[in-house]
Design a protein around this ligand. Structure first.
Ligand code: ATP
Ligand code: MG
Length: 358
């Protein structure tokens, strides 16, 4: 971040103190809607209270002008009174909010292969079918599989310098899988992951959304941390399989989110019993109850148990999520229920707040 133009501009603004608040301009929430273009253009809104010294605006302009790469005559500052701008400044150490993304939900798991992508994709489709505006970001940079699961492989177009998400089954999509060759990202490490996650959040033209679903890689690595540092996540969902009796990994993941201030909204148990579509009879193929146990351990609700569904993998690989391919199936019904629960549980929570904070 610091070695980008935007990073240098942010650092310059963070270097100016407001003596009245004994805080810097950024931490005091006085800068909003900061936009930095590749050509060196900078624009932002300056929230100047009646009793703030007006010289702060001049100081901010001078500091931005001095940043290497900024065009002197392409700096646009709109000064407004904070009482005219909602919402009020928030506590320190909260990352930048992106109100246009709506409620950001991170789909996570301790182990790989338990169904994060299946849950992400189908919850996104369910919310979209219900009339919500939904975006889905594939943050699984090591094995991005959202493109295959939606059957879209084109390169996203770039319009006016912004990457346009692709749209499938009513959901706006972005994945590293659209942008790079297969297998290339396997060697990528922390700083690059941070950059990709931040760019997907900021440089993709998501428009106005109600829900923003993030399909994470398993575990508690760089992608998870980057996400919570780069934006305000409304809630994390932990996916597990029933036989994961040792809930250790999933629990560690949940604790990580709680530590960084992201509430865990619930647990989804996937690949639980097989339900015979003909008779509706349940077959418990594995030891069961792992989801419930994990939910109890974390102290959150079990959002749903998604049964094993014949041909789900095959259809998913052909770009047809189970919600679309077999909408009447028990798995689809259960995934719709998970989406409805998430909708209900996050309804009272405010969407990300529009304050820039780096
Ligand atoms: N309920 C289910 N019934 C049958 N197959 C399922 C079910 N859920 C997931 N699958 C299949 O299991 C495999 C793993 O699921 P998925 O890719 O969603 O897991 P993941 O947690 O995202 O994995 P990874 O950690 O590799 O990203 C996929 O082939 C998927 O189609
Ligand atoms: Mg996955």
């Amino acid at each position: 971040m610091a070695d980008t133009l935007e990073g240098r501009v942010v650092a310059a603004l963070a270097g100016i103190r407001n003596p009245r608040l004994d805080n810097d301009l950024l931490s005091a929430g006085m800068i909003r809607d900061l936009a930095v273009t590749e050509q060196g253009g900078v624009s932002f809104t300056f929230l100047l209270a009646a009793d703030d010294p007006a010289t702060l605006v001049r100081q901010a302009r001078a500091a931005v002008q001095a940043v290497d790469g900024v065009q002197r005559d392409a700096i646009k500052i709109s000064v407004t009174n904070p009482s005219a701008a909602a919402p009020p400044p928030q506590a320190a150490n909260v990352p930048a909010g992106q109100p246009n993304l709506g409620r950001i939900l991170a789909i996570s798991s301790g182990k790989g292969g338990v169904g994060k992508s299946t849950v992400s994709v189908n919850v996104a489709v369910a919310l979209a079918q219900d009339g919500a505006r939904v975006g889905l970001m594939d943050a699984d940079i090591y094995g991005p599989n959202v493109p295959r699961m939606f059957g879209v492989f084109e390169k996203p177009p770039v319009v006016g310098g912004r990457i346009q998400p692709l749209v499938a089954h009513g959901v706006k999509l972005m994945s590293l899988g659209f942008l790079v060759e297969r297998d290339a990202p396997a060697i990528w490490r922390g700083p690059i992951i941070m950059k990709i996650v931040t760019q997907f959040l900021r440089d993709v033209d998501w428009g106005d959304l109600d829900y923003f679903i993030v399909d994470l890689p398993p575990g508690t690595g760089d992608a998870q941390l980057s996400l919570v540092q780069a934006t305000q996540v409304a809630g994390a969902v932990i996916v597990t399989t029933p036989q994961e009796v040792a809930v250790g990994d999933a629990l560690r993941g949940a604790r990580m989110f709680e530590r960084v201030g992201v509430p865990v909204v619930g647990v989804v148990e996937n690949m639980s019993a097989f339900v015979d579509p003909e008779t509706g009879r349940r077959f418990e193929l594995f030891s069961s109850g792992g989801g419930q146990r994990l939910a109890e351990e974390i102290g959150v609700p079990l959002l749903g148990s998604v049964p094993l569904q014949a041909r789900l993998a095959e259809q998913a690989d052909a770009g047809r999520p189970v919600l679309v391919a077999s909408p009447e199936s028990p798995a689809a019904a259960s995934l719709r229920e998970v989406a409805a629960e998430l909708r209900r549980l996050t309804a009272g929570r405010s969407a990300a707040l529009p304050i820039l904070r780096n």
